[in-house]
Design a protein around this ligand. Structure first.
Ligand code: UD1
Ligand code: CA
Length: 450
């Protein structure tokens, strides 16, 4: 089960804490990824503060919800799942929705340690440099005796550097009955789950610990500062992975790549680049500074010049984009296609070897191979109510500053005269020209002066 009902006061956010993102994914999703590696019989999530938005976020997944209202502390939160687990036996693994770096292997280790020790409860702990804010593990004769929260700790206890990760394995059998004994006599007036340790010890129930040496994995996020710190670690880990796999990051400290992104060897990424979501990039590409790419598929040897925004696009091998291009959802660029500066594409495919080099809007268009889109070409795709399609067949040539008023089709190899407003289909091989005729009035300037 996962605790995710708390308000996250220290975040000062209208968004529930567990829905804040780390490395492109919500904290809660990270925790669920780790949880699922155990193939548990069920996953329950305690929701409370902004419960509806947390539930909506997880809509359609296998998780069960328990509502904690009001939120009276972590022990009170755990009590809320009792109805869901009534009559069950076995091991309950308790996770915290705000500890997103935890890895499945560590959880498996916790379960193993718990079962091997035959413990009633096992606490995952770590010895850290800066224990501030965490519960401290108080030991007597080497055995865990209790956990004391920062706010309730004596100055001597605050010196203890072994901290509680907030992650535990419990034998279900004695758990819920013991939980009823937790009181709220502490600095926050809350029911602390951590009090269970002392309660178990008093009842002679065996409590074990597993001390992990990967302290980064169990970092909790309570504030925006901690969110930024953990995000930095996630990024750094990803950057190191990519570099080890042959990707050049010119300045890793200003490179922001989400964990799921894939990038081929010999691709060079310049400073200030952000690559998000499910993006995949091939080998030997060059991505210049200031580019943002999200959920896109990019082939090999593609060059993306500075300051492009590319979202939901597919770009084939050898294409080149930018600088200052905007490729929106549903853009498809064929092999060696070229999109130049100040060009925007949306739901548009531009075929192999085709070019839109300057100052264009191409929306809802299907453009064939080897087409030249002149500077300033605009597909007028919207009539105020509906969107309409523009089709431009192979080898067509669209003269500069033309408007293609959709729905409209330009046939194979057709030419459009520069400055045309094209309202009717242009047959293959034809010249379509639609603009006011020019008149030259001889001597006009002289006459005006006189
Ligand atoms: C908790 C532990 C602390 C541990 C730390 C590790 C307690 C009392 N303290 O402190 O020993 O070192 O985690 O990160 O358990 N939550 C609820 N309902 C509530 C209160 C909290 O669901 O009523 C959830 C929160 O959403 C959060 C988790 O429980 O996901 C932990 O709560 P939080 O307030 O962050 O506890 P910490 O002060 O970090
Ligand atoms: Ca916390």
């Amino acid at each position: 089960m996962v605790l995710a009902a708390g308000q996250g006061t220290r975040m000062r956010s209208s968004l529930p804490k567990v829905l804040h993102k780390v490395g492109g994914r919500t904290m809660l999703d990270h925790v669920l990824v780790a949880a699922r590696t155990l193939s548990p019989a069920s996953i329950s999530i305690v929701v409370g503060h902004k419960a509806e938005s947390v539930k909506a976020h997880l809509g359609g997944t296998e998780v069960q919800f328990a509502l904690q209202e009001p939120q009276l502390g972590t022990a009170h939160a755990l009590r809320q799942v009792e109805p869901l687990l009534r009559g069950r036996q076995g091991t309950l693994v308790l996770l915290s929705g705000d500890v997103p770096r935890l890895q499945g292997a560590t959880l498996a280790g916790l379960v193993r340690a718990h079962q091997e020790a035959g413990a009633a409860a096992t606490v995952l702990t770590a010895v850290v440099e800066r224990p501030y804010g965490y519960g401290r593990i108080v030991r007597t004769d080497g055995q865990i005796a209790r956990i004391v929260e920062e706010r309730d700790a004596s100055p001597a206890e605050r010196q203890i550097r072994e901290t509680n990760s907030g992650i535990y394995a419990f034998d279900l059998e004695p758990l819920f009955e013991a939980l009823n004994q937790v009181a709220s006599q502490n600095a926050q007036g809350e029911y602390y789950l951590t009090d269970l340790v002392a309660i178990y010890r008093r009842r002679k129930l065996p409590v074990a610990t597993l001390v992990t040496d990967d302290v980064e994995q169990i970092r909790g996020i309570n504030s925006r500062t901690e969110l930024a710190e953990v995000s930095r670690i996630v990024r750094q880990t990803k950057n190191e992975e990519l570099m080890a796999a042959g990707v050049t990051l010119v300045d890793p400290s200003t490179t922001y790549i989400d964990p799921q992104v894939e990038i081929g060897a010999d691709t060079v990424i310049h400073p200030g680049v952000t690559i998000e979501g499910t993006t995949r990039i091939g080998a030997a590409c060059e991505i210049q500074g200031g580019v943002r790419i999200a959920d896109s598929e990019i082939g090999a040897r593609v060059s993306i010049n500075n300051f492009c925004v590319i979202v939901g696009a597919r770009i084939a091998d050898g294409a080149s984009v930018g600088p200052f291009a905007h490729l929106r959802q549903g853009t498809e660029l064929g092999e060696a296609a070229k999109v130049g500066n100040f060009v925007e594409l949306k739901k548009t495919s531009l075929g192999a070897g085709s070019k839109a080099s300057h100052l264009s809007y191409l929306g809802d268009a299907t453009i064939g191979d080897r087409v030249n889109i002149g500077a300033g070409t605009i597909t007028c795709n919207y009539d105020g109510t509906h969107k309409h399609q523009t089709i431009i067949e192979d080898d067509a040539f669209i003269g500069s500053d033309s408007q293609l008023i959709a729905p409209v089709r330009v046939g194979k190899g057709a030419f459009i005269g520069a400055g045309s407003s094209i309202t009717d289909d242009v047959p293959a091989g034809a010249l379509g020209i639609a603009r006011g005729r020019q008149a030259n009035l001889e001597g006009w300037a002289e006459r005006k002066k006189g």
